[in-house]
Write a protein that binds this ligand. Sequence first.
Ligand code: CMC
Length: 436
Amino acid sequence: MGNTAERMVDIDVTDPKTGKRTITLPLMESSMGPSVIDVRRLYVDHGVFTYDPGFTSTASCDSAITFINGEEGVLLHRGYTIGELATKSTYLDVCYLLMEGELPTKAQQVEFRNEIVHHTMLHEQLSHFYRGFRRDAHPMAIMVAVVGALSAFYHDSLDINDPEQRQLASYRLIAKMPTIAAMAYKYSIGQPFVYPKNELGYAENLLHMMFSVPSEDYKANPIMVRALERILILHADHEQNASTSTVRLASSSQANPFACIAAGIASLWGPAHGGANEAVLSMLKEIGTKDRIPEYLAKARDKNDPFRLMGFGHRVYKNVDPRAAVLKENAHEVLDSLGKTTPLLELAKELERIALEDPYFRERKLFPNVDFYSGIILQAMEIPVSMFTVLFAVARTVGWVAQWKEMSSDPTTKIGRPRQLYTGQKPRKFVEINDR
Ligand code: CMC
């Protein structure tokens, strides 16, 4: 860890205060993708900051976990394409890959699964937290609170400088997240909590905890299990997105790992990020019929209207989001196998077709993202809409954890402390209350 510079670049700067000058900076080479200008000594040596709100051109860290080529629509985890992982792997194998760097051998697969299933239960006192929420609380609100509350329960996994404790915290988070999510759902519908069943696979156990009731036997539909497994894989990690960067920034102060993941969940909730899957479904329902698509595209183009086409556009992808491509292909298969009608899927495909012919979307390279088709599949699986982003959080937990571990084990990590372009008042005299 800790890239070293191999070349130097000259940057010509015209500064009204100091005039013209050339600043020479180190250039760091990536193993793939753009090189990075190392500006770490810029302020100390040259007295200026860089300005990049929204981090559109800033690498906030170095990482060996996930690679995205947004122009080509490529997503790799540890070098493997997301398409191959989604179709040939299991979610737990992808978790292992993200955390450990390699796909597990058979022995490692068994060992890893054992580690995870032995942490699926929650401390019983945590269930009391749920009862403090209003019945109509959004499950994401419950997720933020309960995951944060884990920090008050698992004191033997809080020392982030101890690799064993870091590993234990990681296992706990990956293992407990489905339990926490399913309990949030059960609480919202007034049904009893269902304990995890460790003989079941990760996705199947989640469905079991969400949909089984004590009075009846429950066997998850294998089509739903596979579909959920695939959705979990597709959402497992995505490089330095808003929620992952939130986790990294929060933990840069060496904060409690569970609290840092809770911060990531809070960031994910927003409609510009993981909340978009819920928003896509609401939007499709509002559009209703194909003949209303042009009206909504016009709203999306109108700069005076805050409406955006949800599930469209991405900061990094300027091509088809490869996760959306897998989901689109998968959507028909899942809906047909579950015997569901497809009007929403047909509407979504038509919306995509018309939008991709529209100069506004073409010029801005706005394509469907992962959230565009996932909601349609989840709805066909009878997952309630309020749980869509929760499932994203369950899936993304491993990404947050892997990135947090990578960062915490790097001795060169510094506290995240951005600077600013100050635009406020210059020093002035205090004005007494009677003179204001
Ligand atoms: N509908 C209409 N116009 C859009 C959209 C959209 N969905 N997305 C971007 N634009 C326009 C935007 O108005 C801007 O136009 P102009 O150049 O004329 O000002 C241009 O495209 C560039 O957009 P931006 O907001 O500067 O791009 P960004 O990289 O800051 O935002 C985004 C990326 C994902 C927040 C944005 O595309 C968006 O709001 N999309 C809808 C929400 C969504 O689907 N989010 C899920 C993202 S993928 C999963 C995840 O990250 O969790």
